[in-house]
Write a protein that binds this ligand. Structure first.
Ligand SMILES: [Zn+2]
Length: 648
């Protein structure tokens, strides 16, 4: 009654402006809906995080109307292969991706992911990020966890342990299983062992995606193996960043694509992703030294390099790799992108580094330089060894989607592969507009609906009523990449607006303050529902913070209880295991005020009641508390689980 009365009193003040029906209306755009259908003209209305209406003209009031004057409105791009794991904490806005229109980043590729996934995902979840984020569970990391980096067959018990870890990864929210059979320890894994893990991921609704065993002389066998793993594992399978490395093997994409076509014809769900560059990037050691030389980790590699006989053998194989494979036939085709031991080497090629070491540039000396680099601590490198013809043939294939294989660089630091800044807009600018290799609608489909369908992201990737409002708005006449191998730190051009979950994260050339990105959990994820009394908790890397995340908008009066608490094995059991229930509230992601600073001993069963939110300074948004932080100044917490106890 009282509320109605108040509204009535307020009514005269707002009589001239109706309450907005929508939060955002995108007016007058050309809609490319992601399905590869031809574009059409329409207005799009968004409420909250959802596209609620699409119509020729939407005239109802909106909190914000953005006039697009014929710009293209596409689903936000989904990057199925990224190495954003470190960068997402350093640059949570992921500017290099957002500025291309990428709204979802998929991590955990090439067989590498945190094991277990949950603490990592909780940490991302506790970080205010701009794009959405999801991950695979990595076969190499799982094997490493169980067996170390050894070259031998797994025992039945070890396989069972690995299956358990994959199952746990899927329950933690993985989208499927990734492998990097080129790398250590993936390279030591027999196909049948991968199949056993793939079966687990497949039964739980996941896909398999693989950086194949060999992308040069063994590329055909490797595609066959990827197909076999999908076929025997009973799950969709994908060749990731498909390419044919090494001049000697150029042209073999004709056969690799035929293999994919044949597999699909007999009912195997096999697909491809690709980045639009004729150079790859990975560590110089992994790329130019044979896999056997890397068994057992860095110390073993160094020991082999000290042994004259082993060194000679490594050198011989490395020469062949530089001549016929990753090295692109010429040491100038290998460029260091970052070197921890000597940052001044970034941007220099293997010939220049060889010269710098005072020896003539020959294949043999370049191999020596590669071994020297590994001994010094290693470099990341860029390898120019892919043909444009193969690239284009793969790109236009109907089973190919676009993925960057990039990272989130710190702007200006190191010398990364330009794919991190340019992949998606390069396809739109170079291959659609300039080379007219494929229609714009088809290119967009390869970046949105196709990866969304592949990953089971049923509410993204298409512009349609009811879908999440991840949107990329660009000018098809000007969209382009500006990052080059020489000057990689350069943002995309021609993208005008980017929305994630209904919020504008980029406009007029600038990132906004909005950080609406979410974790997208996979098909088997056991996540807590917002109304349950459980909460996700994690401990900061330094062990100084325990955070409990709740989805409740207002947790006033609720109690958080520590259900399980673990200290590191070596921690002192003395008095300083005290924690201070310095209970912070985080408002819309920004940590603010200490509420009750009474020191208590942190134990299982401990609880802290949220007494009041009155003192909380609102830095942004009046939404209410979402995160409670318990701070242990000594840094002694190793693991914690907690639950909310909502108070009546
Ligand atoms: Zn890879």
């Amino acid at each position: 009654m009282r509320r109605i009365f108040l509204l009535f009193l307020l009514a005269p003040a707002v009589v001239s402006s109706q309450a907005p029906t929508y939060d955002v209306v995108l007016r007058g755009g050309r809609v490319i809906d992601g399905t590869a259908s031809p574009w059409y003209r329409a207005d799009i209305a968004i409420k909250g995080d959802t596209i609620v209406r699409i119509a020729p003209a939407i005239v109802e009031p909106a909190a914000r109307v953005i006039d697009l004057n014929g710009l293209v409105v596409a689903p936000g791009f989904i990057d199925i292969h990224t190495h954003a794991r470190r960068g997402i904490f350093e640059v949570p806005t992921a500017d290099n991706y957002i500025r291309q229109g990428v709204t979802t980043l998929i991590e955990g590729p090439d067989g590498g992911s945190p094991v277990p996934l949950r603490p990592f995902l909780d940490k991302v979840s506790g970080t205010r990020i701009s794009p959405n984020f999801a991950t695979f569970i990595g076969q190499g990391s799982v094997r490493s966890e169980v067996m170390g980096e050894v070259d031998r067959t797994a025992t039945a018990e070890e396989v069972e342990h690995m299956r358990t870890l994959v199952r746990q990864g899927m329950e933690d929210g993985a989208l499927g299983l990734s492998s990097g059979l080129f790398y250590v320890p993936g390279t030591f894994t027999p196909t049948a062992e991968v199949v056993e893990l793939a079966k687990v991921a497949g039964r739980m609704g996941g896909i398999y995606i693989s950086h194949m065993r060999n992308e040069a002389r063994g590329v055909l066998d490797s595609v066959k193996e990827t197909i076999t793993i999908g076929e025997q594992g009973g799950l969709p399978t994908q060749v990731t960043h498909h390419k044919v490395v090494g001049k000697k093997y150029w042209g073999q994409s004709v056969q690799t694509l035929q293999l994919i076509d044949d597999a699909r014809a007999r009912g195997v769900d096999a697909t491809i992703d690709q980045y639009p560059y004729t150079a790859s990037a990975t560590s110089i050691g992994a790329a130019l030294l044979p896999a056997w030389a890397q068994e057992g980790g860095r110390d073993s590699t160094l020991a082999r390099l000290k042994d004259p006989a082993a060194r000679a053998k490594i050198k011989g194989e490395s020469v062949a790799i530089i001549r016929d494979e990753r090295g692109g036939g010429d040491p100038r085709n290998v460029v260091a992108s970052s070197c921890g031991f000597d940052p001044s080497l970034a941007g220099k090629n293997l010939a220049e580094i060889t010269e710098k070491r005072g020896v003539p540039v020959t294949l043999e000396n370049a191999a020596e330089t590669a071994m020297w680099i590994v001994e010094q601590g290693g470099c990341q490198g860029i390898f120019h060894a892919i043909s444009e013809e193969d690239l284009q043939r793969i790109l236009v294939h109907p089973a190919t989607m676009v993925g960057s294989d990039g990272e989130i660089p710190i702007f200006g630091r190191n010398h990364p592969h330009p794919r991190s800044y340019g992949t998606f807009v390069r396809v739109l600018g170079v291959y659609v507009r300039e080379k007219k290799l494929l229609p714009l609608e088809r290119a967009v489909q390869k970046m949105s609906a196709f990866p969304a369908q592949r990953l089971g992201l049923a509410d993204r990737g298409v512009i349609r009523q009811g879908m999440k409002a991840d949107v990329a708005i660009f000018d098809p006449a000007t969209v382009r990449d500006t990052a080059t191998f020489e000057k990689p730190h350069s943002y995309a051009e021609g993208v005008h607006y980017v929305l994630v979950n209904g919020q504008v994260v980029f406009e007029n050339g600038k990132m906004t303050d909005a950080r609406p990105g979410r974790i997208l959990y996979g098909p088997a994820a056991k996540t807590q529902s917002p109304t349950s009394s459980s909460a996700r908790a994690f401990v900061s890397a330094t062990g100084t913070e325990m955070r409990v995340l709740a989805d409740e908008k207002d947790v006033r009066g609720n109690e958080v209880e520590i259900v399980e608490l673990k200290f590191p094995p070596n921690s002192d059991s003395g008095d300083h295991r005290h924690a201070v229930t310095e209970t912070f509230y985080v408002l819309d992601g920004q940590m603010e005020q200490v509420i009750n600073g009474t020191p208590v001993k942190l134990t299982t069963g401990m609880s802290a009641t949220i007494r009041s939110t009155d003192q909380v300074r609102h830095k942004s948004g009046p939404e209410g508390a979402r995160v409670l932080v318990v701070w242990a100044p000594g840094g002694e917490i190793a693991r914690v689980t907690a639950r909310w106890r909502p108070q009546p």
